[in-house]
Every structure is written in C-alpha cells, then in structure tokens.
Design a protein. Structure first.
Length: 577
C-alpha cells in the first residue's frame, strides 16, 4: 500500500508541475499579447518630435502639438509612421521589440504627472523618462521615516499635484548616470601685467633687485683697486659697471666685456653665478604661478565656489527642495528650463542648476553662451531611468532584462544614440578656441615676407662686386694706433675699402656681414688658433684689447716713474756740481 501511495503522489506532483508550467506559460503569453501603456513627458534630447518630416526635432514642437492636453496617445506600429524621437524615443521601441512587448505612449506635460499616473493610477503601466532615483520617490510609508524621508501621501482635495506626491515608485535599472550640474560663467582671462604687479610678484622682484645690487657691491669692492679699468674705483662709476656685470651674469647672457680678475672677486663671482640661478628661477617660477593663479582665481568648478549672494535658478520644486536648498546660495525656480536660460542671458541669474546631461544638450541651443558660459559637473551623482508601480514584477523584470542585454550586447549602438541627441558632451569647450594675435602676427608676416628678398638683393650686389675686381667686396683692414705715439689705442678702426668701380656711384658701404666674415675666413684674413676664430668685433677680442690696454697703462706709469727718477738724478747731480 505504501508503494502504491508513493507512486500516486509522484504522478499527482508531476501533473501539478505540468499544469502550473502550462499556466505560467499561458500567463506569459497573455502578458506578451497585452499592450502596455508607457507614460512619458517632453524632454530636451529625450522625448521630442519634428514639426515637419525634414525639420529638426525638438521638445517645443512636441509641446505645441500636445497643446496642453494630458495623456495624448501614440501607438507604436512598425507599419505606421512613428514620429516621436529623442534618446528615449528611439531606445524604447528597440527595448520593447527585443522582448516581444507591444506598447503605446501617453504624453503628459510634466515629469511629476507622468510618474504619478504610472504609479498611482491605471492610466499607465510604467513611466519612461529621465526620472531621478531618490529616497523620497522610493518611500511608500504614510509617515516620515526616521532618516527624515517625507511621507508618501496622495494630494488632498483641491491640492495641486506636486513632486512629493510622485512617490512609492519601483525603479528599474538605470538607463544613465549623471550629476546635478550647473551652467556658470567662465572666468575672464587676466592681463599678464596684473600678474606682474601682484603682491607676491613685487616681493620677489624686490628680492631680485636687492640680491643683484648686493652682489655688485661685493664684486666692486674686491676689484676696484686691482681692476679699475673694468670696475672703476669711483663709487658711482664702479657700482654702475658692477650692476651691469651682475645682471648679465644672473640672466646667463655673459657678454664677457666685464669680469673679475682677483681671487676674491672670482670667488664672489662664482657664488653669485650659483645663487643667481636660484634667484632667477624663483622669479620665473613665481611669475608663472601668478599667471596661472590670475586666470583661475575667478574660476568656478563647483557650486561651492559661488558667493552666498549668487542667484541660482532651477526647474520645478523637486531640485530646489532636494538638492539646491542644501547649498548656501539664493535659489529660485521656474516652470521651464528656457525661462532659467533667459534669466542667464538677461543677467538676472548667476547659474542654472539641473541635470548635467540636459544642460549639455540645452546649451547647444544658445551658441553665444559658449563664449562666456560653460557646464560644470556637480558633486551629486544621480541615476536616471524608468519607474514602475508596485506589483508589476513581470514588466519590471522583463524591461530590466531587455535593457541589460542591450547594454551588454549593443553598447556601441547605445552610445551612438546618446551622442546623437547629446552632442554637447564633445563640444563643451567651443568657446575656448584660441584666436590669432594680430598685433604680433602682422609684423611677423611682413618680416618673413621681406627678409628673404633683402637677403637675395644683398647677395646680388655682393656677387656683382666680386665680378668687378676679382677680390672680396669688402676687404677688412685693421689699424692699431701705436701707443708710444702718445695716443690711446682704445679703438680698433675697421675700414672697408670700396672697389674702384664703386667710387663714383655714391653707394653706402654696409658694415661687415656674415658673408664678409666667410670671405675673410676663406682668405685667412683672421688669425686662428686651432679651430677657434677670433673676430675683431667679438667679445674675445674686446676682452683681449682691454687686457692690452691695462698692460699699456701699467707701462706708461712705469715709464713716467722712470722719467721722474731720471729727472731727480739729473737735478741732484746738477746741485752737487
């Protein structure tokens, strides 16, 4: 008997499972055959419509078509013309078709009305728009929670529908994640002179001047007796030359016209070379940091950078009550985002606080704003997606499965939808395109245009002169005046002899050029030591001439001393006689 009872129970259980599965399959087939109503609302970039077949779709055209009517229906049928478009308007048919669900769309004039009709009425089975997932919308309790989440209560009689009534929502998987961003004014670029005359820059500049003058005094003090030709013993003349030397040294120019020759002077010079680099680096680094600070001092990166007197606009009471009221700014609301944009243009608002994704799309409608306004990300992360009423387990799970499959298998297609309707993400910095500075560009073009012509003309005349007398066009002659003749040889006279053919032309002979130097080197008119050339107008020759002058001055002093001694001896002998 026990075996017969067990066999009977086995077959009864098997039959029960079969009919349960058959019923579930039938229920699923019934669900698939059902036409689901999706609540939505016009949104820039999300739900829009073209006014004509070839015109650009926009939210305004859809709102004008609705004419304030609530629950206007669009039934989707592939054989008919589906004239709703936008990011969600394109994505919804793809998702519903992938899981074999039929649907139609009911349009409402606001997000609150669309979400409320989907959750608390039989007008819709779900709502598909960029609804923000918040604790207040998830709460189903008729009292305030211990965490401070407001109670979910229906609107009282004669009470207008508000965002607080759109609660007790079962949200699906997020379609997008974004931040509550802002449209704020770009900082004005500062003049470099403002950085040069900042307090920090003036302090470093004074430090640089004091360090240079101090180094000049040390070197002048060490060189004034043994090197008076380069650092005169007179204070004003000596300090003037010493400051010149200290400046050329710290800037690493190093003309070589002045240099210390004593051990003490060279020691001070070595110390100044090392310390001077550090001082100059401090000056350059401070100037660079002040320039960067001047350009970013007024930059607004978050809403916290706004002053307490800033007026910030947002759309509807939801964002003001849940987000904007937590910041120390003057927040106010408008019914539409276009009214807030108008306040920005008119100078009545210091910013627009709303979903970053929508702001990036909206600013494209105002190209002039790119020059002085930009969109910044916020510190509040939000998820956007569809909302379902309680008890719609099948539809919510099926829609989530379709969305997750599409995101995993057709990620590129999903991103293409987003980039198509929100191109502002790639064009955020349209207003930062650099412009050509005509004050420097025009002279540069003029110089680069005429300089090659001048070089060709000079080469032509030089070649013509060579062909005339078979010798270099400008033969360099160096005359050093004999110091024993009583004249100071402080100058080296450079003459350029003209060719006989140019004697009557009255043509001005130019100073020595690079071409003449090449001719001089090729004809061995310059002395050389190894591979190093000494040019008559170079710093090496100038320094050598200064050394010669110093030796010559010493010889003159010795000659004068000898002459005085001889004169004294002669006078002594004359007295003795």
């Amino acid at each position: 008997m026990a075996e017969k009872r067990a066999t009977r129970d086995y077959y009864v259980g098997l039959a029960f499972c079969f009919f349960a599965a058959l019923g579930a399959e039938g229920a699923q087939l019934g669900q698939e055959a059902k036409v689901y109503v999706v609540c939505a609302t016009p949104g820039e970039g999300f739900w829009s419509m073209a006014k004509q077949k070839d015109s650009k779709p926009s939210k305004t055209h859809l709102e004008n078509y609705m004419g304030g009517r609530e629950g206007l229906e669009w039934e989707y049928d592939e054989s008919k013309n589906w004239n709703l478009t936008g990011y969600y308007g394109t994505l919804l048919p793809v998702l519903m078709k992938s899981v074999n669900l039929k649907f139609k769309v009911k349009m409402y004039t606001s997000y609150t009305k669309a979400l409320y009709n989907a959750v608390h009425s039989d007008n819709c089975h779900m709502a598909f728009a960029p609804f923000t997932h918040t604790p207040a919308r998830l709460n189903c309790l008729n009292r305030t929670s211990p965490e401070g989440v407001p109670a979910c209560l229906p609107p009282a009689p004669e009470e207008p529908l508000d965002s607080k009534h759109a609660c007790c929502v079962d949200f699906g998987s997020p379609v997008d994640t974004t931040t509550v961003g802002m449209i704020v004014r770009k900082p004005k670029k500062k003049n470099p002179m403002s950085a040069l005359f900042s307090i920090k820059m003036l302090n470093v500049l004074c430090y640089l001047i004091v360090a240079t003058v101090t180094a000049a005094h040390f070197v002048w003090w060490a060189e004034r007796h043994d090197n008076p030709e380069q650092f005169p013993a007179g204070y004003l003349d000596g300090i003037d030359d010493a400051i010149w030397w200290a400046t050329t040294t710290i800037t690493t120019v190093g003309y070589g016209d002045k240099f210390p020759i004593t051990n003490t002077g060279r020691m001070f010079g070595l110390i100044w070379m090392i310390l001077g680099l550090l001082v100059y680096a401090l000056f350059a680094g401070t100037f660079n940091s002040e320039m960067a600070a001047a350009n970013s001092r007024d930059a607004i990166t978050t809403i916290l950078d706004l002053p307490t007197t800033a007026k910030v606009c947002t759309v509807g009471g939801f964002y003001k009550d849940h987000f904007l009221s937590k910041y120390d700014v003057i927040g106010y609301t408008h019914e539409t985002i276009d009214e807030c944009m108008k306040d920005i243009i008119d100078g009545k608002s210091d910013g627009l606080f709303y979903d970053e994704l929508i702001l990036l799309r909206k600013i494209q409608d105002y190209p002039d704003l790119h020059k002085s306004w930009k969109v910044i990300s916020g510190d509040i992360q939000i998820a956007l997606g569809a909302g379902f009423p309680h008890g719609s387990e099948y539809l919510r799970r099926t829609f989530n499965r379709a969305l997750l499959q599409f995101e995993s298998k057709s990620r590129q297609l999903l991103l293409s939808y987003r980039e198509k309707y929100f191109p502002a993400e790639q064009n955020e910095n349209l207003g930062d395109t650099p412009t050509v500075n005509l004050l420097f560009f025009v002279p540069t073009v003029i110089f680069m245009s005429f300089y090659p012509i001048a070089v060709l003309i000079d080469y032509y005349y030089a070649t013509k002169e060579k062909e005339g007398d078979g010798s270099p066009s400008k033969e360099l002659e160096m005359h050093v005046v004999n110091p024993l003749s009583g004249m100071l040889s402080d100058d080296i006279e450079l003459e350029s002899n003209r060719s006989k053919g140019d004697a009557g032309m009255g043509r001005t002979v130019r100073s020595k050029t690079f071409e003449v130097r090449e001719n001089e080197i090729s004809n061995k008119l310059h002395s050389s030591h190894g591979k190093r050339m000494l040019f008559a107008d170079g710093p090496e020759f100038t320094g050598l001439a200064n050394e010669v002058h110093s030796v010559y001055a010493m010889i003159l002093r010795q000659n004068q001393a000898v002459a005085n001694l001889v004169r004294s001896l002669k006078e002594t002998k004359a007295l003795e006689k």
